[in-house]
Design a binder for this molecule. Structure first.
Ligand SMILES: [Zn+2]
Length: 269
């Protein structure tokens, strides 16, 4: 629910309460109490969507360069974030499950989606064991062309992720910026990823996509529809509050230096 809508509801409630104001003081107090309850309900019923968090690496070996460091979350910090979620009964579900629930018209609460881009090996060696330990699930966006190359996931690890209830989904074939490619190039990059996933992992085909560097254009949206994707994520910050634009969904970046207070702020409704 938007702030404007919540405010409008409050005004309606207040006007109604005034119009219905009875003559006796006691009944008046009751009506005012009722109006206050309705107003509180209008505020607590507010729904701003579901935070979809974007991670890259979960690794104790933090690179020295600024970009690499920013993209790497240490396992202890990641475990603390998972503990935070568990303590507050916030469930981590996969992106495809979120899309299915939104598609059914649900407005899920106490839900978060954890996504991991690029298919580094630590997805299987560091992120997966922690996710399992805390009963959380996540979505791994992997560039199919790098699977089995040094420091990246193998197809065996991809199967292990899927068998553990994780979603493995597409992040392009060679991690190319789709907005810089013509239609044929975009089709090769996107459909190529889907085909390899289906060939090596079997059905079902991936249903969600994360654009490398978050980049896309109007052609991308058309290509996504054509290859049968149901939703795609950008790096535009924000919560996912519906499927009006399923191929331009926002995500929230988790950074190396984010402490637990910052993490709490990121996922706060
Ligand atoms: Zn990437």
């Amino acid at each position: 629910m938007s702030v404007a809508y919540a405010v409008r509801r409050l005004i309606v409630v207040a006007v109604l309460a005034f119009a219905l104001l009875p003559r006796s003081a006691e009944a008046g107090a009751q009506t005012r109490a009722r109006a206050a309850t309705l107003a509180t309900h209008a505020m607590t019923a507010r729904w701003d969507g579901v935070p979809v968090l974007m991670y890259h690496r979960v690794d104790a070996d933090v690179p020295h360069d600024a970009v690499g460091r920013d993209l790497t979350i240490e396992p202890a910090a990641f475990a603390a974030q998972l503990r935070y979620l568990r303590a507050r009964h916030i469930a981590a579900i996969t992106a495809d499950e979120l899309i299915a629930r939104l598609g059914r018209g649900e407005r899920p609460r106490n839900i978060v989606v954890l996504t991991f881009d690029d298919g580094y090996q630590d997805a299987a060696t560091a992120a997966l064991p922690l996710l399992r330990e805390y009963g959380a699930r996540g979505t791994f966006y992997v560039s199919s062309g790098f699977i089995g190359t040094p420091h990246h996931l193998t197809w065996h690890q991809m199967r292990a992720l899927r068998d553990a209830g994780m979603e493995v989904a597409c992040h392009g074939t060679f991690h190319l910026d789709l907005a810089k490619l013509d239609r044929a190039g975009q089709e090769r990059e996107a459909a190529g990823c889907m085909k390899r996933f289906t060939r090596y992992l079997g059905a079902p085909a991936p249903t969600t996509y994360a654009y490398p560097a978050g980049k896309y254009d109007a052609t991308t949206v058309s290509v996504m529809r054509e290859i049968g994707m149901r939703a795609a994520f950008t790096e535009i910050p924000g919560d996912v509050a519906g499927l009006a634009h399923p191929f331009a969904l926002p995500r929230l970046r988790v950074r190396h230096d984010d402490d637990l207070a910052r993490f709490a702020e990121l996922i706060a409704p």
